[in-house]
Design a protein around this ligand. Structure first.
Ligand code: NCD
Length: 474
């Protein structure tokens, strides 16, 4: 049998796998599909099909409920002229017999030409990409990311004639558990938007997402507490007081004229992004949650605001608002088809996709050096919901971390992208370890570097504490 060079694969596991020019190229192709194929009566609905993907197959492997993501991916493939197969219920697939995602992906790669995966574990998509021999698209992995939802979100704002390069967006609700928010804020920051955070009580952005916005993408979001008004003491949007966003704008009027915060607070808000309380990701499922309605949006700064929601909504967005011209959430869901058509066309290199000349194979180069430790060497990611802690898949997962040499060093899990800020670095040959915060003692040879979460696990693995390099003078 002739040997073949394996093709360099392109996956989409995080919105940050795409460069800005690639995102724009996808939008241009999605525009073309809408121009050429839209329903004459409903301009944002794709109503006709092509044949360019004839003979190609898409597989959706969904381990969590879905309506829009799965159906719009399948619709997109069929509209391109291809076909779609689906494993939508883990109870009726081999997952119920205990098959790992790694094995399922290896098998499904031999059936379909592109895989879309939704999974409850953070980092599952990137993990799956390690085992797939065809492109993997993340259809939502735990609380990590939902990059194709972000493509729909940005595409919607663009179709609403909003300038993506100078957006002012407020994101509200469960900012901790919503993967849609995490992908969205990364993209907004990279496009240069202003972001106001309106978390429900105790549901703020995770620290690692916030850190990344600030340090990797040079963006500091505004919080209600940033506004210097002694009258405004609430930081969160609460069920009792859901109208804090209006307070921000009012508060803007009383802060120092020269304050940059004021200009941010007073600028018209291009979009308010509402999210559902992600109950399935919280132990306490009985928490207060605010509702967004016309009253919430009565201020002048909201007169041209696009009100967005990834859907499903379960009470946090008033149905009476649906007839308001600012409600864009059903269009946002409809745009899932052209944008996912463009993505599939790009990944499969279909003929229509030469618009995507810049759509190169491979992940975007990682910003930070990757340390890849075999299973059993060093400690695992500290995020309990990371795919590496899955009883089945954990057996396959390697300990992969990006080392970020900031003022205070951090380890970023390659799969779920949670950061560890307190860790120990050990030298495999010297058999010594030291706290990372005391200065990194990373070996030049990556294979000699081992990371531990605490001193005890380093000691248990046979390492001894390295004496300080410069002993204090007597
Ligand atoms: C979102 C998801 O699954 O994260 N749904 C979707 O794909 N449109 C949002 C949600 O479930 O709240």
């Amino acid at each position: 049998m002739a040997t073949q060079t394996p093709k360099r694969l392109r996956h989409l596991t995080s919105i940050n796998d795409l460069r800005i020019d690639e995102i724009e190229a996808l939008f241009a192709l999605a525009d073309r599909y809408l121009d050429e194929l839209s329903d004459p009566h409903i301009p944002y609905r794709i109503g006709r099909s092509l044949t360019e993907a004839q003979g190609s197959l898409l597989a959706t492997l969904f381990y969590e409920p879905s309506t829009r993501t799965r159906l719009s991916f399948e619709t997109a493939m069929i509209r391109l002229g291809g076909k779609s197969i689906s494993s939508a219920d883990p109870a009726t697939s081999s997952a119920a017999k205990g098959e790992s995602l790694a094995d399922t992906v290896r098998v499904a790669s031999n059936y379909a030409d592109v895989l879309v995966i939704r999974h409850p574990r953070d980092g599952a998509a990137r993990f799956a990409a390690d085992y797939a021999s065809v492109p993997v698209i993340n259809g939502g992995d735990g609380a990590h990311e939902h990059p194709t939802q972000t493509l729909c979100d940005l595409f919607t704002l663009r179709r609403e004639n909003k300038d993506l390069n100078r957006l002012n967006v407020a994101v509200s609700g469960d900012l901790k558990g919503s993967r849609t928010i995490h992908s969205f804020v990364y993209a907004l920051a990279r496009f240069g938007a202003e972001i106001t955070l309106m978390p429900a009580g105790g549901m703020d952005l995770p620290e690692h997402v916030y850190w990344r916005l600030k340090h990797d993408y040079q963006h500091t979001p505004t919080r209600p507490s940033d506004v210097a008004d002694p009258e405004v003491d609430a930081v969160y949007v609460t069920a009792d007081q859901p109208h804090q966003l209006a307070l921000i704008a009012e508060a803007g009027a009383v802060v120092d004229e020269s304050s940059k915060k004021k200009s941010r607070a007073k600028r018209a808000i291009d979009a308010v992004y509402v999210t559902r309380f992600q109950k399935e990701r919280w132990a306490n499922k009985d928490q207060d949650y605010p509702t967004v309605d016309a009253n919430f949006l009565k201020g002048k700064e909201f007169s041209h605001t696009s009100v967005m929601h990834p859907l499903p909504r379960v009470g946090e967005l008033d149905v009476a608002f649906d007839s308001d011209p600012r409600a864009v959430y059903f269009r946002q869901a409809a745009y899932g088809v052209p944008i996912r058509m463009a993505l599939i066309a790009g990944l499969l290199e279909l003929s229509n996709a030469h618009a995507l000349e810049t759509f190169e194979a491979g992940f975007r180069p990682a910003q930070y050096v990757l340390y890849d430790q075999p299973n059993g060497v060093g400690d695992r990611c500290v995020n309990a919901n990371c795919i590496v802690h899955d009883p089945l898949d954990g057996k396959y997962a390697r300990n992969k971390f990006h080392l970020i040499e900031a003022d205070r060093p951090r380890l970023r899990c390659h799969y779920c992208e949670n950061d560890v800020t307190h860790f120990f670095v050990a030298h495999r040959k010297h058999k010594t370890y030291a706290p990372a915060a005391s200065g990194l003692h990373v070996s030049k040879t990556q294979a000699n570097t081992v990371f531990f979460n605490d001193a005890k696990s380093a000691e248990d693995a046979g390492y001894t504490l390295q004496p300080p390099r410069h002993a204090p003078r007597a």
